[in-house]
Design a protein around this ligand. Structure first.
Ligand code: HEM
Length: 154
């Protein structure tokens, strides 16, 4: 189960990033291009928030079964000084949770705005901040600090 969930969590990351990039692109285009807020914008906003929530569920589940996190929680005083372990036990979780909260708030606020420009502006700002946070907290394969594969087989 652990390895399956790890591979799934790794895969969903691409859907999180792709949906966010797409919706952010459309938001800035709509905001600065004074475009109407269409059904496509409405649906992509909902899909983006849903994918982030699916990743949240997978991540929380992973947190409870991960041997890395288990080691972190049971050997806190030593593990907190070990970068790889601390990253998954503390930093990754905190930053990703914050990003998903920002996506949720941004999506809810955009829904309530009354003008198209305000909807696009709200989504552009909240989702961009969330994307930046996510980028900094993904363990990219090319990162010299915390490196994990770009794709993990099931
Ligand atoms: C947008 C949100 C997130 C993205 C893009 C993301 C991405 C990733 C990636 C790429 C990995 C490495 C997977 C691998 O080794 O192949 C990972 C590991 C992990 N993530 Fe996330 N994550 C997100 C949110 C979360 C959340 C909210 C939690 C927990 C509350 C979480 C918990 C974990 C844990 C525990 C691991 C590593 C476990 C281990 O190595 O044993 N993630 N994440």
């Amino acid at each position: 189960m652990y390895l399956f969930l790890l591979a799934l969590h790794s895969l969903i990351r691409w859907f999180v990033l792709a949906s966010l990039l797409f919706v952010i692109f459309r938001s800035y285009r709509g905001w600065f291009g004074h475009k109407p807020y269409t059904k496509t914008d409405h649906v992509t906003r909902i899909i983006t928030a849903t994918i982030a929530h699916i990743q949240l569920v997978a991540g929380v589940w992973l947190y409870f079964i991960s041997p890395v996190v288990d080691y972190f929680l049971h050997n806190y005083s030593q593990a907190v000084h070990m970068r790889q372990i601390r990253f998954f036990g503390m930093e990754h979780v905190t930053i990703m949770l914050t990003a998903i909260v920002l996506i949720t708030i941004g999506s809810a606020k955009a829904k309530r705005k009354t003008t198209d420009e305000a909807k696009f502006k709200t989504m552009a700002i909240w989702f961009t901040i969330a994307l930046l946070l996510i980028f900094t907290s993904v363990p990219w394969s090319f990162s010299p600090l915390i490196s994990r594969p770009l794709f993990r087989s099931f």
